[in-house]
Design a protein around this ligand. Structure first.
Ligand code: PEP
Length: 282
């Protein structure tokens, strides 16, 4: 069983000095880093120094955004090869802040996902519904559309290795966390969707994280759900002591739980009417 995965998204916060201090503190906790997989997404300005700090540790780095072209006249953008060059192994795609504040579309998310995969980086595909969408009963439809478009043309074996994050928009940065039951229900739906579109192996192997105001108080309950394999943490990860508290709780939470690799038997119960794509080959 894979350890829980905690991804810290620092968004547009921290100077290089502040990022270095937090990573130095995190790196020193080798006990926690044995028990929990940790990925940090600093600002692009800190990536180069961050890579030097985490070298030789179990901390990996993620980019918060990328462009789908490898190079060219795209002022202000950063390409995936450039991110790989500074030591990123992961890349966030489809974060709701990028969708909402910068108009990122499902099709752009698809192109970014493909660019990351082509360069050997692991996409962290974020999906989630707004509160009006949830109230209207459209959660499954919205996340199915986001996932299906993003993963068009992606093979089952590639899906098996990527990371998905269910992040209800109404929970991000609001202090409102989805309950473990609410989150797990969407995670199960996502696994059924993956099983239908990309096969059982992909569905049981893909790591699906929850994100949205996760804190030391809420992380244990969320990770107790077998279908929640970790957490994407924004605000609470900015204080390194709070992040360490989350890692401590996560390390304990999954000792008894299930995780990727177990048999879900999910494909049979999926209703394909919600899916917008056809199955791609593994
Ligand atoms: C995020 O940035 O993906 C996130 C979940 O933020 P927060 O934890 O602050 O809600």
């Amino acid at each position: 069983m894979a350890p829980p995965l905690i991804i810290a998204n620092w968004k547009m916060n921290k100077t290089v000095t502040e990022a270095v201090h937090a990573l130095d503190t995190l790196r020193a906790r080798t006990d926690l880093l044995q028990a929990v997989d940790v990925v940090v997404a600093p600002s692009a300005t800190a990536l180069d120094r961050a890579a030097q700090i985490v070298a030789g540790s179990r901390i990996a780095l993620a980019a918060q955004n990328c462009h789908w072209e490898a190079a060219g006249a795209y002022t202000g953008e950063i390409s995936v090869p450039q991110l790989a060059d500074v030591g990123c192994a992961y890349g966030l795609v489809g974060h709701s802040e990028r969708r909402q504040a910068f108009g990122e579309t499902n099709d752009q998310v698809r192109r970014k996902t493909a660019a990351l995969l082509a360069a050997g980086l692991t996409p962290i595909l974020c999906v989630g519904e707004t509160f009006p969408e949830r109230r209207a009963g459209k959660t499954e439809h919205v996340v199915a559309e986001q996932v299906s478009v993003a993963l068009q043309g992606v093979s089952g074996s590639q899906v098996a290795r990527l990371i998905m994050a269910y992040e209800p928009v109404w929970a991000i940065g609001t202090g409102k966390t989805a309950t473990p039951v609410e989150a797990a229900s969407v995670h199960r739906f996502l696994r059924r969707l993956i099983a239908h579109d990309h096969g059982e192996h992909a569905a049981t192997s893909v790591r699906i994280l929850y994100g949205g105001s996760v804190s030391p108080d809420t992380v244990e309950g969320l990770l107790a759900e077998p279908d929640i394999n970790g957490a994407l943490v924004g605000g609470a990860s900015l204080n390194v002591q709070t992040l360490l508290a989350i890692l401590e709780r996560a390390a304990g939470a999954k000792e008894r739980g299930a995780g990727p690799g177990r048999s879900s038997g999910l494909a049979s119960s999926f209703s394909p009417t919600t899916s917008t794509s056809s199955r791609s080959s593994a």
